[in-house]
Design a protein around this ligand. Structure first.
Ligand code: FAD
Ligand code: PHB
Length: 393
């Protein structure tokens, strides 16, 4: 078995793991990233599309802003639609100029992989049989297999950036963690379409048949979602059925409707919230979806992952500079504050915009909630400041 030594062993080469590796490299800290899928799979996986202001600022600060500046679409507002009307929420005006940027998660990942390749720092794809041990000691270890050969990585710290199906969080003894979970009674059917977006801003819509979301990836690609049952089978959704449901749920009285085009990707994602407390165990630190999952309605998942690794890299930087562990020990508590804030916001957006099995009273109350939202500057400001995101802390 080959023995390897590094400072920080990173499990997972998604946005959290790759960004952590980049931030550590900028601080002169060595890391080793292990990813179990192929490079193509990681780059092509269609996921998030909304970057908060602080995520955009971070990408610029760390030298990854060039393509983002050229290709990202800055949006200063979103629409909330119900009762056949679209109502604009002017995000930038309500938050002193903060906005969101549309730039696919896979583009962020591509930029991060390119940045990693430009350094001599290791990033291994298609590893398997990954396990971690001894993270309650000074020299934790990561075992893995690559190209048919077993390796053992000895590190100072392990970063668990391996998402919701990873091995790091389940490796923490159950008696040391508390897991909070909420499973929602719906899922999102998402499609990617080769068609120009027919609205220049996102439309979050509640219709009596359920939620629908109009989003985009570029001036030529539209992204659309429909609320469906978690048991729904994608095979039961031929293109025509998807389009007619989208038309019904998104069409507004001013005649607006999404433009159709060839569907290039479709999939169903179940919705749940998870929070793992604490986010660390000895010398293991969880970041991103490995530590928390939010329903996508608030567009917070990727942004929370970026906030986590920004904080973790800062704390590791302090440790390697001075031996001071204060920030590392505060990592979990500070992260959980941000996580719960995002959970509250995402749960609120989800309940305000989805149809569940509620009775007639709840449906009228939900309508009143949306009417209040679009008529009160205070209510719109509350949505706006959470949606564009608070500064990294
Ligand atoms: P992941 O992206 O899951 O990365 C973890 C990585 O670890 C993966 O590459 C995985 O292959 C790898 N891995 C797993 N197990 C192992 C192992 N044992 N060994 C090695 N590697 C392993 N968020 C937003 O902010 N805005 C949005 O608009 C948004 N929309 C979304 C829409 C959809 C349909 C979905 C599914 C998610 C959306 N999200 C959104 C959430 C966002 O995609 C995630 O929060 C984000 O991917 C988290 O990044 P991560 O690096 O923590 O985890
Ligand atoms: C997306 O474009 O994929 C997207 C946008 C907003 C969300 C979730 C996903 O809330």
């Amino acid at each position: 078995m080959e023995q390897i030594r590094t400072q920080v062993g990173i499990v997972g080469g998604g946005p959290a793991g790759l960004m952590l590796g980049h931030l550590l490299h900028l601080r002169g800290i060595r890391s080793f990233i292990l990813e179990d899928r192929s490079e193509e799979h990681v780059i092509e996986r269609v996921r998030a599309g909304v970057l908060e202001q602080s995520t955009v600022d971070l990408l610029h600060e760390v030298g990854l802003g060039d393509r983002l500046a050229r290709e990202g679409l800055r949006h200063e507002g979103i629409y909330v639609a119900f009762g056949g009307e679209r109502h604009r929420i002017p995000l930038a005006e309500l938050t002193g100029g903060r906005a969101i940027t549309i730039y696919g998660q896979n583009e962020v990942v591509r930029d991060l992989i390119d940045a990693r390749a430009a350094t001599a720092e290791p990033l291994r794809f298609e590893v398997d049989d990954v396990s971690i041990r001894d993270f309650d000691m000074q020299q934790p270890k990561i075992g893995f297999r690559h190209d048919g050969q077993r390796h053992e990585l000895t590190c100072d710290f392990i970063a668990g950036c391996d998402g919701s199906r990873g091995i790091c969080q389940p490796s923490i003894p159950a008696s040391q963690v508390r897991i909070y979970e909420r499973v929602y009674p719906f899922a999102w059917l998402g499609i990617l379409v080769d068609a120009a977006p027919s609205s220049d801003e996102l439309v979050y819509s509640l219709h009596e048949r359920g939620f629908a979301l109009f989003s985009m990836r570029s001036p030529h690609v539209t992204r659309l979602y429909l609320q469906v049952s978690p048991e729904e089978d994608i095979e039961q959704w031929p293109d025509e059925r998807i389009w007619s449901e989208l038309d019904l749920r998104l069409h507004t009285r001013d005649g607006w409707t999404p433009l159709r085009g060839p569907i290039t990707q479709k999939g169903i994602t179940r919705m749940r919230s998870v929070v793992v407390e604490p986010m660390d165990s000895g010398r293991l630190f969880l970041a991103g979806d490995a530590a928390h999952i939010v329903p996508p309605t608030g567009a917070k998942g990727l942004n929370l992952a970026m906030a986590d690794v920004w904080r973790l890299a800062g704390a590791l930087g302090k440790f390697y500079e001075s031996g001071n562990e204060t920030e590392l020990r505060a990592y979990s508590e500070r992260g959980l504050r941000r996580t719960w804030r995002a959970q509250r916001f995402s749960a609120w957006m989800t309940s305000a915009l989805h149809r569940d099995n509620s009775d007639a009273f709840d449906q009228r109350r939900q309508r009143a909630e949306l009417e209040y939202l679009v008529s009160s500057r205070a209510a719109m400001t509350s949505l706006a400041e959470n949606y564009v995101g608070v500064e990294f802390d």
